[in-house]
Write a protein that binds this ligand. Structure first.
Ligand SMILES: Nc1ncnc2c1ncn2[C@@H]1O[C@@H]2COP(=O)(O)O[C@H]2[C@H]1O
Length: 347
């Protein structure tokens, strides 16, 4: 009998491929496989086969890898390389060159446990501004974990930023994270760099996939502050508008303290669920924000057979029994353990 050695990573690679193929049900499996594996290769090597442009996913990949080692990856080399032209082309429109906004990526590590300094910035506001800001924050699910006292500190620390024109670049991909923004009014859209050397040597940006539009609500610019990385996308105004900005220090002291632990817990849970394995950092983060922790007592009926599906559930602790009514009797058909999920299409 001959002994075989399974190459490192083979199981994960094939599992990922199988999950994708099952999910997407391609007509031509071979073509789908070719595309899938080429994309993995591009992501690993940080190159594309058609251009030399550094894609955000490859930048993000590198950032992620370093993050796992608790180091900070400075993307400045790539950024300088992709920043050579004087003007930039976003979705066909001309926007000012933002190279001057680029600073070095701040590498300081923030540990909420050891930070005893509670001093925060205060930007004075009128009662009307406070009221507007409070209602904007309350409508934003990102701030769900913030308690009343912290909400007051947030309101003090944030300041209003008026956007006068469409096509203003609020965030430039590759920059350091200085502020996170909450949208009170106006329309904003996210773009990512497609080609650093497009038509006439100008940089070309495309809408994110899926497109991300913020209209009279929502937030952006949290990733670079949360993960200490360079900006992962550009945010451009589509109309004049009004934003509320939160500086990096306030974000760290309030948001990281109150939500980071919870988010990490959720993120780890999501990582163990195969259908979410392939999500990017950003996508996984968004799912994590949308999750809510609910404790059920033993024997509690979470949903009944025939109920309308209104949510998907992930088991964090304990186990969940699936029962089916058969000839007037309930029969256990499945037991879902931590890492398992139900309430989606199949359990
Ligand atoms: N597909 C996307 N990938 C990364 N960031 C995105 C995407 N769509 C929207 N964004 C937002 O764009 C912001 C750019 O700055 P940050 O990286 O700090 O945080 C990012 C997110 O809030």
């Amino acid at each position: 009998m001959s002994a075989f050695t399974v190459p490192d990573g083979l199981t994960d690679l094939l599992q990922n491929f199988a999950v994708h193929a099952i999910k997407e049900q391609p007509e031509d499996l071979l073509k789908f496989a070719a595309k899938f594996f080429s994309k993995r290769l591009e992501e690993r090597d940080g190159t594309t086969t058609t251009t030399n442009a550094m894609t955000t996913s490859s930048i993000r990949k590198k950032v992620d890898v370093r993050e796992n080692r608790n180091e900070l990856y400075d993307v400045s080399e790539e950024y300088e390389r992709i920043c050579e032209s004087e003007e930039e082309n976003i979705d066909g429109g001309r926007v000012p060159n933002l190279k001057s906004r680029r600073k070095s990526v701040a590498a300081e590590h923030y540990d909420p446990e050891t930070d005893k300094d509670d001093s925060l910035i205060v930007h004075p506001k009128s009662a009307v501004q406070c009221k507007r800001l409070k209602s904007t924050l309350q409508n934003c699910f990102y701030f769900r974990h913030v308690d009343g006292e912290q909400m007051k500190l947030l309101i003090d620390a944030m300041f209003e930023k008026k956007i006068e024109h469409p096509n203003e670049v609020v965030i430039n991909q590759g920059d350091d994270g200085d502020y996170m923004y909450v949208v009170e009014e106006g329309k904003f859209e996210a773009f990512v760099l497609k080609n650093s050397n497009g038509k006439d040597g100008k940089k070309e940006y495309v809408k994110t996939e899926p497109p991300k539009v913020y209209e009279n609500g929502g937030f952006f610019g949290e990733l670079a502050l949360m993960y200490n990385t360079a900006r992962a996308a550009c945010i451009l105004s589509k109309t004049p508008g009004r934003l509320w900005a939160m500086d990096r220090q306030t974000f760290r002291k309030i948001i990281i303290r109150s939500t980071h632990k919870k988010l990490k817990q959720f993120e780890d849970l999501l990582k163990s669920v195969p259908i979410f394995n392939e999500l990017t950092h950003y996508e996984r983060n968004n799912v994590a924000y949308a999750l809510q922790s609910i404790e059920y007592p033993d024997g509690h009926v979470i949903m009944r057979q025939g109920d309308k599906a209104d949510a998907m559930y992930f088991v964090e602790r304990g186990s969940v029994c699936c029962l089916v009514q058969e000839k007037g009797e309930e029969k256990e058909v499945n037991k879902i353990m931590p890492g398992g999920y139900f309430g989606g299409k199949k359990t």
